[in-house]
Design a protein around this ligand. Structure first.
Ligand code: NAP
Length: 620
């Protein structure tokens, strides 16, 4: 190995030397050139058009060199182009060798650097001290922060030994050395001035994302060290506002041709890792595999490369998101990105955004990321606010009083609600309704009076139900729902099953959901034969107690999985222009808002539907 060659990339088309040509650096080390700083990227495998991509880096945290070498190969196989060896995580004889200061240290470092070369990937050496990261490994425990006048002689000695390890890594063939801001001066003094390895100067805050002025001042200090080829800022992100600020820093750096990595740690920061290339990041970080990605705020390198397609994202990529709180558990990123992939690689990406209650409009109007979004799925607790901020509203969404979809249009935001379509389409798909809907002229019994119930009632009315009866544990909520809908066909239910006449039963309560999977909202299953179709909004588990009982009673069954997929497919069609939101028909104006109808989706959505359903089922 070793002959592979990484190339440089002008930052998002704004860069300096990289724009003119592919002046590069070798895998062994960055090439010495006068045009610095430089950015490590490689051409997309198999891409003949010299398409530039952003490298994904995997941090290797195994306790032994052998395991790190194994993991480096795994990372490379999964699509990583860089690995970070967390030397501070080594234990036992490898930790002893690393801190020995003799040949065994250099041999160990060379083994690690060579492992990266053998896999054609770029190696970063990181020896994190606990004064920077309290969660760092124990190898350099006790090291004193440079400049700390209270540090003991021993603490200074350990820190000097740590600097020695970084300098030795630089000589051993590592392409990059990560040096904390406070250690950069000492590193500059000790490291060989003719070293080949580039330097990442890094700074971390594990508590919060600091304000922009503080971060800008820190970044200026990082460049002022004189050793930085790339600066890396990692901050704990608590919400999408934090994430957007970090991405805005990346964008500022790209405009100044300064290679930078800005990461949001924690679940709310995940979008910064995925969207890094869109905002000109030098590279980004992923977890080795699904097991390590199970930690909050991580995504595996496989998902980053093959689902989010992060290496291929660029400034022209369209951005979509689900806005919610909490939103980390949402399956929407999985299914929407699977749909983008299924359609042959639509240049779009979809992430989850943690937006605090009551701040959706503020996010969309005042943040850099909010300004760049082309569309959103909206979930709890933002559905009402999403409706209130829209300038154009689908008429059923206006009636429901809650939106789950926002699409950017010339007038501002177009709000619609695809949940009701999800309910009625999944019911109609479960029965043979070649000519008319299962709801046409039917009695429809709805269990529940929450958000999903509202969508179910409107869906049933839209598809021509003759009567809709609402049953709820808390009867007053059912009464409120009926009063709000103001339609003579809707009433509070008295006795389930009576006069159902082969109609439709829609469960929209959460009864039967994991972990209480033996529970059913219909305790007396002898009423079930009164219905032709039974639908359950619950989709974890897929096969609920209610649906099992309904199947045994001879009913057709419609699953919550199909509702989830169906509402997402319609969102997808709106996001990607297959519902022509430019061709909306205005029905009326209401307080300055256009209330509209929309055209039917163009074409067949089978490929997208199958991709979304397969992705969802793979997680159930
Ligand atoms: P919600 O607004 O909180 O309403 C919950 C409803 O469930 C209320 O009517 C509540 O009755 C009832 N309920 C809860 N626990 C109950 C119990 N032990 N016994 C009887 N009734 C009970 O929630 P939502 O947004 O409508 O969601 C409801 C369910 O639908 C959830 O399981 C959700 O996951 C599912 N859902 C599925 C999809 C999909 O795409 N498949 C979409 C949306 C929702 P009270 O009023 O008496 O509290």
């Amino acid at each position: 190995m070793g002959g592979g060659r990484l190339t440089l990339r002008g930052l998002g088309g704004l860069g300096r030397g990289g724009l003119q040509g592919e002046s590069g650096f070798t895998l062994r080390a960055f090439q010495q050139d006068s045009l610095k700083p430089t950015v490590p990227v490689v051409p997309w495998d198999g891409d003949k058009e010299k398409k530039k991509i952003t490298s994904v880096c995997v941090s290797l945290v195994a306790p032994s060199a052998d395991m790190m070498i194994r993991d480096a190969a795994q990372a490379a196989n999964a699509g990583a182009r860089m690995v970070e060896f967390r030397l501070d995580r080594l234990t036992g004889s490898d930790a002893l060798a690393l801190t020995s200061g003799d040949d065994s240290r250099d041999t160990l470092l060379k083994r690690l650097a060579d492992a990266a070369l053998e896999n054609d990937i770029c190696a970063i050496a990181t020896a994190r001290p606990k004064w920077e990261d309290p969660g760092a490994g124990d190898v350099f425990a006790g090291a004193g922060r440079p400049g700390d006048s209270h540090a003991s002689a021993e603490a200074r000695e350990i820190e000097a030994m740590r600097t020695g390890v970084l300098c030795a890594a630089s000589e051993a063939g590592f392409a990059c050395i990560d040096v904390e801001l406070d250690a950069a001066k000492a590193f500059r003094a000790e490291a060989s001035p003719t070293r080949h390895a580039k330097t990442i100067v890094s700074s971390h805050n594990f508590e919060e994302t600091e304000d922009m002025d503080t971060l800008r001042a820190r970044i200026a200090r990082m460049w002022a060290t004189g050793v930085a080829d790339v600066v890396k800022v990692a901050q704990m992100a608590h919400n999408a506002f934090d994430a957007s600020n970090l991405l805005a820093l990346l964008e500022e750096a790209a405009h100044s041709n300064q290679p930078m990595v800005a990461l949001g740690m924690g679940p709310a920061g995940l979008c910064t890792r995925i969207l890094a290339p869109v905002f000109g990041a030098a590279f980004t970080f992923a977890a080795l595999d699904d097991a390590s990605a199970a930690a909050p705020g991580q995504v595996s390198v496989d998902s980053m490369v093959n689902l989010y397609r992060t290496p291929k994202l660029s400034r022209s990529t369209s951005l979509f998101a689900v806005a919610g709180s909490p939103v980390g558990h949402s399956k929407s990123p999985l299914i929407h990105n699977s749909a983008f992939v299924s359609e042959g690689g639509v240049d779009a990406v979809y992430v989850a955004l943690e937006i605090p209650k009551g701040r959706l409009e503020e996010f969309l109007e005042s943040t850099m990321l909010g300004n760049k979004l082309s569309g959103l799925s909206v979930t709890i607790p933002h559905k009402e606010e999403a409706l209130s901020l829209a300038n154009v509203v689908h008429h059923v969404c206006a009636s429901i009083g809650a939106a789950n979809t926002l699409v950017r249009v010339d007038e501002g935001w177009y709000a619609s609600n695809t949940d009701w379509v999800g309910v009625v389409d999944s019911v109609d798909a479960s029965v043979d309704v070649a000519s008319s809907s299962a709801f046409g002229g039917a009695t429809v019994d709805v269990l529940g009076a929450g958000g999903a119930a509202k969508a179910a009632v409107y869906g049933a009315l839209e598809r021509g139900a003759q009567k809709v009866r609402v049953f709820n544990r808390t009867v007053s909520r059912a009464e409120e729902l009926v009063a709000m809908i103001k339609d003579d066909r809707v009433e509070v239910g008295i006795t389930l099953g009576d006069d159902a006449n082969g109609g439709v039963l829609l469960n929209t309560t959460s009864v039967g959901m994991v972990p209480d999977t033996e529970a059913s909202p219909v305790t007396d299953s002898s009423v079930l034969p009164s219905y032709r179709v039974v639908f359950d909004a619950v989709y974890t588990p897929r096969d609920t107690r209610l649906l099992k009982d309904a199947a045994a009673a001879g009913c057709s069954c419609a699953e919550g999985v199909d509702m989830f997929v169906s509402q997402a497919v319609l969102q997808y069609l709106k996001f990607t222009g297959k519902v022509d939101v430019g061709a909306l028909t205005t029905l009326r104006e209401q307080n300055g808002v256009q209330i509209v109808e929309e055209p039917e989706p163009a074409g067949d959505a089978k490929v997208v539907t199958d991709a979304m359903k397969a992705a969802l089922l793979s997680t159930l």
